[in-house]
Design a protein around this ligand. Structure first.
Ligand code: PRP
Length: 185
């Protein structure tokens, strides 16, 4: 297993974000959220699949009373142009009416997924609906979509690792890497 051909990071440059940076920022975000919500019982909603590692670390950093649920929406990625429509593939198990709901995302790219999810979930009358995303490209793309808690603003590059995939690969890397065009395969 020491063969470099077996390394999952083969062909990737140095990490854009190391594990230490991710964990440190995650703990800061958790403190910000607890400062804003106090010890309120929060419902964390992980958006599958990319958020799985961030949700795991963030929820543990948050401590206190939390419940966890998941939602999955149709991915429009890989299509040349987005239909702009996001449909639910796996819905929540919980009733969110009157709850403080925090959507947990790995990355905001165009903002399409989150803006549709906000609309869909707002109809169910949560007491509050906020978003925490580890990564955001909104500055790079000039997207004005509002995300309450952002870990890192990153350049407009394709990133993998820590839940983020390319064709379902790379999700389990503990760090975030840029996957440059010439390496897409
Ligand atoms: C990724 C990511 C976000 C979304 C962001 O999910 O996890 O949910 O894209 O993009 P947007 O801001 O342009 O809408 P993807 O659809 O690739 O599914 P995955 O999480 O299962 O990889």
């Amino acid at each position: 297993m020491t063969d470099s051909k077996m390394s999952p990071t083969r062909g990737l440059d140095d990490p854009l974000l190391t594990s230490a940076q991710i964990i440190q920022r995650t703990e800061e975000l958790a403190r910000e959220v607890r400062r804003d919500f106090g010890e309120t019982d929060l419902l964390l909603v992980g958006i599958l699949k990319g958020s799985l590692y961030f949700l795991a670390d963030f929820s543990r950093a948050l401590g206190g009373e939390v419940e966890i649920d998941f939602i999955q929406v149709s991915s429009y990625h890989g299509e040349k142009s987005s239909s702009g429509v996001v449909q639910i593939r796996k819905d929540l198990d919980s009733n969110i009416e009157g709850r403080d709901v925090l959507l947990v995302e790995d990355i905001v790219d165009t903002g399409t997924t989150l803006s549709h999810l906000r609309e869909l979930l707002q109809v169910r009358k949560p007491r509050s609906l906020s978003v925490v995303s580890l990564l955001s490209k909104r500055v790079a793309k000039g997207n004005l979509f509002d995300v309450e808690y952002v870990g890192f603003e990153i350049p407009d590059e394709f990133v993998v690792g820590y839940g983020l995939d390319y064709g379902e690969r790379y999700r389990n890397l503990p760090e975030v890497f840029i996957l440059r065009d010439e390496k897409l395969q």
